[in-house]
Structures are given as C-alpha cells and as structure tokens.
Design a binder for this molecule. Structure first.
Ligand SMILES: [Mg+2]
Length: 161
C-alpha cells in the first residue's frame, strides 16, 4: 500500500512549501496538468498554479510537465512557460517518469512529483522513488474513468489515514 501513499498531502498548490523542498535538496518538479494546474480539459492556468510555477522557477527549480493529456494541449501550456513536457505520458508507467527525470537531468532523490491523482501521479512518482505531493483536484467535472478512480482513491486514502 505504501506505493499509493503520497509523501505529503497539500491543501492546495499555494500551500506547498517550495523553500522547504529546496532545503531538503529537491531541485526538480514533475508537474501534472489536468486538475492540478488547469481545470480538466481547459487551457486556462489557475492564478494559484501560475504563482506556483513562477515561484518554483524563481527559486531555481527545474520543471517538467508530465501529462496523460494530448500533446497539443500540454504543449500550449508548456510553451507559455517555456517548460519541457512529456505528453501523452502513460502515467503511472514508470518509464514516463524516468524520461521526465532524464529531461530534468536530475536523480529521483532530487525530484518532487506534484499531482492530483493517486493512481497516476503518486503511484508513478513513488515507483521511481520521487518525493510525491498530492493536491486536491481543481474540478470535479471529469470523465467517468477518473471518477471511478476517485472512488478507489477514497478507499485507499481511508486505509492510509
Ligand atoms: Mg491530473
């Protein structure tokens, strides 16, 4: 069950302590797209996500977007911040995380994975031994597959707590 357990659960992106992560030796962030920085299927980045990305870059973190969404959607957002990206990734497949680590040129011990889904972001991040942070999803309007996963996530979380 420990693979489903995030290292941290954050109430929102804004409450992630970037300075603390930096002091822990973290230098890279693998960031999810849908429901983490943009409401599902939109190309709009929330103000909070914008602040998070800019603060992380200002502190010196390297960022990489890792998304199961289409390439064109991920590219638009990645290009806006001039970030590298990998999409469509097959999260939680460890290979996509390994490619992201290669893009960042950092060992997993120095990389944080931030995302809203236990079965993709957290599981995949834990499998490659990154530091995983779960944030609540931005929107509930999702396709049925994800809703089913949320149901399972709630079950897992209950067991973790
Ligand atoms: Mg997501």
């Amino acid at each position: 069950m420990r693979y489903f357990q995030p290292a941290e659960i954050s109430g929102c992106l804004a409450s992630i302590n970037l300075k603390k992560l930096w002091d822990m030796g973290k230098r890279g962030i693998i960031l999810d797209l849908d429901n983490t920085i943009t409401p599902w299927r939109t190309e709009e980045i929330t103000a909070e996500a914008d602040t998070f990305i800019r603060s992380a870059l200002n502190l010196g973190f390297s960022l990489c977007l890792l998304s199961n969404a289409t390439r064109s959607r991920a590219k638009k957002i990645a290009d806006f911040y001039q970030l590298p990206f990998l999409a469509p990734a097959l999260k939680p497949c460890p290979l996509s995380f390994k490619i992201a680590l290669k893009i960042l040129q950092l060992p997993s011990a120095q990389v944080v994975v931030v995302g809203d889904q236990i079965f993709t972001d957290i599981l995949g991040g834990n499998l490659v031994k990154c530091y995983t942070i779960l944030v609540p999803p931005l929107l509930n309007k999702e396709f049925i597959g994800t809703r089913f996963m949320r149901f399972l996530e709630r079950k897992v979380m209950r067991r973790n707590l």
